[in-house]
Design a protein around this ligand. Structure first.
Ligand SMILES: NC(=O)c1ccc[n+]([C@@H]2O[C@H](COP(=O)([O-])OP(=O)(O)OC[C@H]3O[C@@H](n4cnc5c(N)ncnc54)[C@H](OP(=O)(O)O)[C@@H]3O)[C@@H](O)[C@H]2O)c1
Ligand SMILES: [Zn+2]
Length: 339
């Protein structure tokens, strides 16, 4: 089978199509014929050598978390899925025994990690992590969901976003950003989002963004958000200066949930404003498998249509990462099995 492996951690040019032996499932595992696998900035961090998880000793490395496809084979002890089943992988890996696994939610697991290996024709996965896909949910739409939509969904829940709330999404055009905009609309909230690109923001209006602000300068953005209103919640996947900006514009008692550091791994915040304004800052990573299953249902019911900007055949996986690096896309980029 072929895989789009990272042979160098040098950015998109480091992706190489390699041949690998066809996998056999071990006990509790399933082999899935991958129809679609979306990419995330997490994969790009790895490919650019900016992730502590993967170094030169791990090369060639096959990344790819968000796998949708058809079960080809199952190993001993697998009862929940069978060959021919259409499935979506929840990429969470948990130990199942720590205090947090026992108490939940599972994404708090102290040994939490993520599946990698979906950028290939076949993926060997833990069978218990597979979610059945209804016929009405195609593989490309499904593959958009696990990392970006699950993370945004969990963040909106942790931010206690409800009908009528105003949600601020700095960097609203990417995977997590668009997901937050669409899922906020599902719960009846309004959104204000930013981007460096006017043309990308135009496309976001069709996806439900209520107020679009073009720009990157925090002072300009501060003024423009304040003109819309004081957000009840901020979905912050950028970090850096956007943390202080979000806290500053947020209403008294507002909630900020943080999941990323695209614009910087350190943020300076105004402590007095935080406590005098009764504001909250909460960290969040991924979500739970039942939450992912509920997102699949939303799609099946026609209440959510994941935003897929473009699909790429496996051989062009490097181009998908170029589009992400060059900030060209709105929503998700998906690698497919098609030639
Ligand atoms: N903790 C978790 O569980 C979890 C899960 C998913 C993602 N994340 C993190 O969340 C972040 C977003 O992930 P993603 O896959 O959605 O990424 P993505 O699709 O690449 O996000 C693109 C968005 O980020 C903005 N952006 C890119 N570079 C920027 C910069 N230097 N300064 C300001 N804005 C910038 C883009 O703005 P323009 O429109 O201006 O180009 C666009 O809105 C990443 O940091 C990722 O690691 C964390
Ligand atoms: Zn655990």
């Amino acid at each position: 089978m072929r895989a789009a492996a990272f042979s160098e951690l040098s950015g998109p040019d480091g992706v190489e199509l390699v041949d690998r032996p066809d996998p056999d499932p071990g006990r509790g595992e399933a082999v899935v014929d991958v129809e679609a696998c979306s990419i995330n900035r997490h994969d790009l961090w790895i490919l650019e050598g900016d992730s502590a998880m993967v170094d030169a000793d791990d090369l060639p490395f096959v990344s790819g978390l968000d796998v949708a496809g058809v079960v080809r084979d199952v190993g001993e002890g697998v009862t929940g899925v069978a060959p021919g089943d259409r499935v979506l992988l929840c990429p969470n890996r948990t130990c199942g025994t720590c205090r947090f696994c026992r108490e939940g939610p599972e994404n708090l697991c102290e040994n939490f990690s993520l599946y990698h290996g979906g950028l290939a024709e076949a993926a060997t996965v833990t069978a218990d992590r597979l979610i059945a896909l209804p016929e009405s949910v195609d593989a490309v739409a499904a593959a958009a969901l696990p990392t970006a939509y699950l993370t945004a969904h969990h963040m909106l829940r942790r931010a206690e976003v409800g009908p009528g709330d105003l949600v601020f999404v700095p960097g609203a055009t990417g995977g997590v950003g668009v997901a937050a905009v669409q899922l906020a609309e599902v719960v009846g909230a309004r959104t204000v989002g930013t981007s460096s690109s006017a043309s990308k923001l135009d496309r976001l209006a069709d996806l439900g963004l209520d107020h679009a602000i073009e720009g990157t300068d925090p002072d300009d953005l501060r003024e423009a958000v304040a003109a819309v209103g004081a957000p009840d919640a901020v979905i912050n996947h950028l970090g850096g200066p956007y943390t202080d900006l979000g806290l500053d514009v947020m209403r008294r008692g507002g909630r900020m949930v943080v999941c990323g550091r695209t614009a910087g791994g350190r943020s300076e915040i105004d402590i007095a404003d935080l406590f005098l304004g009764h504001k909250r800052v909460v960290g969040s990573t991924m979500g739970t498998q039942p939450e992912l299953a509920s997102l699949v249902e939303l799609v099946a019911d026609g209440d959510l249509s994941p935003a897929v900007d473009a699909t790429y055949p496996l051989a062009d996986t490097g181009d998908a990462f170029r589009a992400m690096r060059d900030r060209e896309s709105v929503g998700k980029l998906v690698v497919t099995a098609a030639d």
